[in-house]
Every structure is written in C-alpha cells, then in structure tokens.
Design a binder for this molecule. Structure first.
Ligand SMILES: Cc1cc2nc3c(=O)[nH]c(=O)nc-3n(C[C@H](O)[C@H](O)[C@H](O)COP(=O)(O)OP(=O)(O)OC[C@H]3O[C@@H](n4cnc5c(N)ncnc54)[C@H](O)[C@@H]3O)c2cc1C
Length: 412
C-alpha cells in the first residue's frame, strides 16, 4: 500500500482517488469544498463526455448516472451568417455522450470516496502546503484545475499557443427548452452546435442537473464581437434574457425553443474565459532536494471548451495515471517516472486535443472549411467529424493538414 495525496476534487482528482482507493492505495484528497458546498455552489462546466471517456468511468465503476442522465446520440451542426443558416448537417456518434452537472457528480464521488474509508482534508491548498504533502506522501498529485495553484508548474512556452483567451464564455442551465421544428424528426437527443460566422458559437446540449434533466447552453463569443455581452457575469435570469436577444438576432431558428425556458437554479450560470496553456509536469515546491509533485489534467493542459475536451481528458488522464501507479509496484515515484507518465499522456491525448482545439478556435483553415462543407453533403464526413470529438487523436489523421483532408475525401 502506497501513500498518495491528491490536491483537487474535480473530475480528474476524484476519479484517480477512487481508482487508486479501489486498488488498495492509501489516498488523501485535499478538497476546497464539502459536497454540500459544491451542490449549493455555481455550475462549473458544461462537461459533455463522449463515449470513450464514459467507458473509462464505467470501467472504474463510477458511471453512476447511466440511465438517469440523457444520452446524446448525435450532433446537429448549423453554420449561419446574418441570422440565416448557410449550411447544416446531422451526425450520429458511435457511443452516446452524456453531461452530468459536475456539482452533482463530484459531490457524489467525494461522498463515495469518504464512505469507502478515504481521507479528505477540507481546505484550499497553498503552494507551501504542497511541500508538506510531498514530504508526507510517496506520491503527490495536483489536480486543482486551471486555478492559481497550477502556476507552481512552469508554463511550457513551446507548447502553449496563446497568451490570452480566444473566447468569452457564458453558460446557463435551463428547464423547459423545446426542440426546433426541423429537429423534431431527428433520432435521439442531439447536441445543437451553431456557428455564428465571425462571432462565435452557441452549443445546446441535454444534461442532468441537481433538479433533473435540463438543457445546458454555452456561448463561445469571439472577444469584442456581437456575442461578447456577458462580461459582467450577469447571473442565470439575465444570462437567459440576453441569450434570447442574441438568439433572435443570430440564431433565430432556435428562438421559439427558448419561449418557455427558465434557469434551473440560482447557481445555474457561469461567465468567464479560459487562456489555453500547457505546463511542465513536475514541480518541487519544497526545493531542489525535496520530493517532486506531479500535475494532471487541466492543471497541465488547459484548452478552451470549444471542442468539449477538458472533462474527457480529465477522465483519460486519471485512468492513465491510475494504471501507471498500479503497475509501478513498490518502486519510488521519482521525477523520471513522473516525466515519462506525462509524456505518454501528452503523446496519446494532450497534443491531439491542443491541435484540434487550436484549429477550431479559428480562423478555420481552408481544408477544415472544406471538411465542414463536405459534411453537409456526405453523411460519412459528418460522422467522422462527430467522432473526432470523441477521439481527438483522429484529428491529425484527416484534418491536421490539407493533404490529410484531401487524401481522406479522395477515398469517398
Ligand atoms: C464553460 C465551460 C464549459 C466546459 N465544457 C466542457 C465540455 O462540454 N466537455 C468537456 O470535456 N470539458 C468541458 N470543460 C472543461 C472541463 O470542465 C475541465 O477541463 C475539467 O473539469 C477539468 O477537470 P479537472 O479535474 O482537471 O479540474 P477541475 O474540474 O477544475 O477540478 C479542480 C478541483 O480542484 C479544486 N481546487 C482548485 N484549487 C485548489 C486548491 N488550492 N486546493 C484544493 N482544491 C483546489 C477545485 O475546487 C476543483 O474541485 C468546460 C469548461 C468550461 C469553463
């Protein structure tokens, strides 16, 4: 049995904690907030998780909302300009996606970890606390998301593509959203992705929140553009009011669907922005001679949510780290082991999501625009595009370069 400390009780930290606990390790989680505080707080994400990430949760026995949370079986994509749809397509996904409000999920996972005998220290960890945790544990992991603690890990300038956010985000959780007429016959309950040319994106996806099934709406606004109107973080009711007006102007085919919409709860909205960044994986907060600490998930690789990869990556990262700890036996968790573990994660997961997300933040290269146009004409292209969200490693194989796209389209 190894002593492991994990700072941060989000998707990554708790999934890893529960997996290591199940494998017989003695795990301590440092959590900022109790389950009650998490449930009573604001929403944290829109957290769509695709089939492969859901399979990892299922394998770990953590898919507690299967059958309760709505399954999303496809994408409905519309590219519009000046309030008119220019291009649209529907695509099924191979395995359904799901979005369970992280307030619901992480609070329940934290309770489960404690019920199973796990130790939780409720406090925000400061950088100096990391030194003490590292001294007292054989392995210390930082899964604190993209918050201030992440800065104990130095930025990897060569892998970081941006110095500032590429989108301003606003999200609101809603009950009572209808289905646009043209979608009434679509099988399943698709996520609706609307591209407002030059201005940003609007995503509507089914989800499960504290009060039951809901519709989660996310604006991805190009800074300074016409959709960038939520900078004052206006709260659920006003986010919905401004959303209605933006939808009337830019996505009018969704307007009627919002007629009876109401925010799910007082915490059901979010506004902000994410600066994409990649960090070096190992830090020594206790000094050069002290034990190192290893970062994970958003703490090391933060993407804008436009491609909905962060929570999926958290699941992937947790599963990879858990397997590596299990396989490591009694050997020390030293810096070379940490670096090799992250190198594997970066190679298999991180770099693909950074490439995919950077491209989708635009301006879209001609060959990607061509792929979108072809998706509207050929369901096989639409399906491959939808599957790229589930498996971003496929991005470079067919969308990474003009040649790759041309080669794929030539096979059809
Ligand atoms: C608006 C928005 C929409 C998104 N939509 C999607 C989507 O549809 N699909 C998707 O896959 N991803 C999405 N993401 C990204 C996703 O939410 C994150 O990538 C994912 O939650 C990262 O998980 P994590 O466990 O690494 O970090 P987090 O979820 O951020 O968890 C970190 C945890 O650490 C805690 N913590 C922080 N600092 C400390 C400290 N000092 N001491 C102790 N605890 C600390 C926090 O309270 C939190 O519980 C979205 C993000 C945003 C902002």
């Amino acid at each position: 049995m190894r002593d492991v400390a994990i700072v941060g009780a989000g998707q990554a930290g708790l999934q890893l904690a529960l997996e290591l606990q199940a494998a017989g390790q003695r795990v301590t989680v440092v959590a900022e907030r109790t389950p009650e505080q998490v449930r009573a707080g604001r929403v944290l994400s829109t957290q769509a998780m695709f089939g492969p990430a859901r399979a990892l949760e299922r394998a770990a026995g953590l898919a507690l909302w299967d059958g309760q949370a709505p399954d999303t079986r496809g994408l409905h994509v519309v590219v519009g300009a000046e309030g008119k749809p220019m291009l649209s397509f529907d695509a099924a996904v191979a395995a359904p996606a799901q979005s369970v409000d992280q307030r619901l999920k992480t609070a329940a996972w934290l309770e489960l970890f404690e019920e199973r005998g796990g130790r939780v220290e409720y406090r925000p960890a400061a950088p100096e606390d990391l030194a003490a945790l590292a001294a007292g544990n054989e392995l210390t992991l930082v899964a604190a998301g993209r918050g201030p603690l992440a800065s104990v890990f130095a930025k990897d300038a060569a892998r970081s593509r941006f110095e500032e956010p590429q989108r301003r985000l606003a999200c609101v959780y809603l009950h009572g959203v209808g289905t646009p007429e043209d979608l009434a016959d679509t099988a399943g309950d698709p996520a609706r992705i609307h591209v407002v040319a030059g201005a940003g994106e609007l995503v509507l996806q089914p989800g499960l929140t504290l009060s039951g099934p809901c519709l989660i709406l996310l604006w991805e606004a190009v800074p300074g553009g016409p959709l960038d109107v939520f900078g004052d973080d206006p709260g659920p009711a006003e986010t919905l009011a401004r959303t209605r007006e933006l939808v009337r102007l830019h996505v009018p085919w969704e307007y009627q669907a919002l007629a009876d919409a109401e925010p799910t709860d007082a915490g059901g909205s979010l506004a902000g922005a994410v600066t994409p960044v990649v960090r070096h994986p190992v830090a020594r907060p206790g000094g050069a001679e002290a034990r190192p600490v290893l970062g994970m998930s958003d703490t090391l690789v933060t993407n804008d949510p436009i491609t909905a990869q962060g929570a999926n990556n958290a699941a992937r990262c947790a599963a990879q780290y858990a397997a590596a700890v299990r396989e490591h036996g009694d050997r020390p968790f030293d810096e070379p082991w940490m670096r090799a573990l992250f190198a594997g994660y970066w190679d298999q997961v991180g770099r693909h999501t950074v490439d995919f997300t950077t491209t989708m933040l635009g301006p879209l290269p001609d060959h990607v625009q061509l792929a979108f146009a072809q998706a509207a004409a050929d369901p096989r292209v639409a399906t491959r595009l939808a599957q790229t969200y589930a498996d971003p490693a496929d991005f470079s194989r067919w969308l990474g370069t003009p040649e790759a796209t041309a080669a794929y389209l030539a096979t059809l």
